[in-house]
Design a protein around this ligand. Structure first.
Ligand SMILES: *Cc1c(COP(=O)(O)O)cnc(C)c1O
Length: 373
């Protein structure tokens, strides 16, 4: 590889590449660390999912995979009580989001384009996608308690993107609030994209309202992932649920780019995972219980802990800066995520791990991170 991260610009780069501002993924460390930095699930995928993938490792790998991901779409449709033509499968929900930004929002070259709206503190991929597709956008500040204020999104705009629960705060808003935002934008023919990456850890999802027989909700696209609650971050599978017409747009964008985004093994694993509700209900319950326990303990240690509906907590040390706390944890073998954005620079985001890992984390927090002093 000639060009690597950090290389200077080259005269062969076009203006598109020169203008990119790529997302920086959380570190995948080489050393042995307790890894609480990228919201992966601490529990393994169940054996039936691994077996389904082993069975897919056969001579058929010489053949292209099913471009329609029929088996996976059927499994999503069954699991979430929607029609198969309402489901789009992507190579991680990041890809689904990238296609959705490209398919449903107007670019700045169009003089009628209004800015799309998303929270100033949210998934840091949203401004990256907006820049990639040259979409005008407005980043809306959160409220005083770090909450999304639904009324801020009920204004004329090019569309809305919300993560619910939000990341990295972990705070969710009610389905009713999102439906109100969507109803307003429906009247203006604008899309509301709801990123429900963490919805399995919360009580708030709008999926049950998508097919309301009394109200048309064909301007809502919900995006989900198998990376967090399904323990399959390594497989790269995400999906979108929305009206058939929205799904067709995502398919045309995908097929203008790469028709085979999900390989045979991933399709087998994803279909099996989506069909196993019992195991995932159990590990999700466990993660939520650990989250609640650790949040309480940290409050006792005078940390600021935002009320999380996700598989992570967003916390502020009572005296240390976010960066020092992050570095102190790292010296003690624990990797968490620290964001440089000024408004949240005092916080770190901590993925909920196993009870054992979280007890080690708690112990270091209560010892005041000695080796960092
Ligand atoms: C993790 C995450 C995703 C991306 O998930 P992948 O399916 O692994 O690409 C999307 N949105 C949010 C808010 C996330 O935190």
């Amino acid at each position: 590889m000639i060009l690597s991260m950090g290389s200077t610009k080259s005269r062969f780069w076009n203006s598109r590449v020169n203008n990119l501002a790529p997302y920086i993924p959380g570190e995948q460390p080489k050393e042995q660390l307790i890894k609480l930095n990228t919201n992966e699930n601490p529990y393994p995928p169940p054996p039936d999912v691994l077996h389904a993938m082993s069975r897919a490792l056969n001579e058929k790998l010489r053949l292209y995979p099913d471009p329609c991901c029929t088996e996976v779409r059927e499994a999503v449709a069954r699991r979430y009580s929607v029609e198969e033509n309402q489901v789009f499968i992507g190579n991680g929900s990041d890809e689904v989001l990238a296609f959705a930004f490209g398919a449903f929002f107007e670019s700045a070259e169009n003089s009628n384009a209004r800015p799309i709206l998303f929270p100033e503190i949210s998934y840091s991929f949203y401004p990256v996608f907006a820049k990639l597709w040259n979409l005008p956008y407005t980043a809306i500040p959160l409220g005083r308690e770090w909450e999304i204020k639904p009324e801020d999104y009920v204004i004329n705009a090019g569309g809305v993107v919300l993560a619910n629960p939000n990341a990295p705060t972990g705070i969710s808003i009610k389905a009713r609030d999102i439906l109100d935002i969507a109803d307003f934008h429906l009247a203006h023919n604008k899309l509301v994209l709801v990123d429900e990456a963490y919805a399995d850890f919360s009580d708030d999802t709008i999926l049950p309202y998508i097919n309301d027989p009394l109200v048309s909700r064909d301007n809502i696209l919900v995006v989900r992932t198998l990376s967090k609650s399904y323990s399959l971050a390594g497989l790269r599978v995400g999906f979108a649920i929305g009206s058939g017409a929205l799904i067709t747009a995502l398919e045309s964008l995908r097929d203008s780019f790469n028709s085979y985004t999900i390989d045979r093994v991933a399709q087998a694993g994803a279909a099996a995972a989506l069909s196993n509700t019992a195991y995932y209900a159990e590990i999700t319950k466990k993660i939520i219980a650990t989250r609640e326990r650790i949040s309480k303990e940290l409050l006792k240690l005078h940390f600021t802990v935002l009320p999380s509906s996700a598989n992570f907590i967003f916390i502020k040390h009572p005296v240390m800066s976010g960066e020092d706390f992050f570095l102190g944890l790292r010296k003690n073998g624990i990797l968490v995520r620290h964001f440089k954005h000024d408004k949240i620079v005092d916080f770190v985001r901590v993925t909920i791990g196993t009870d054992k890992d979280m007890d080690i984390f708690l112990e270091i927090c209560s010892a005041g991170i000695k080796s960092a002093q």
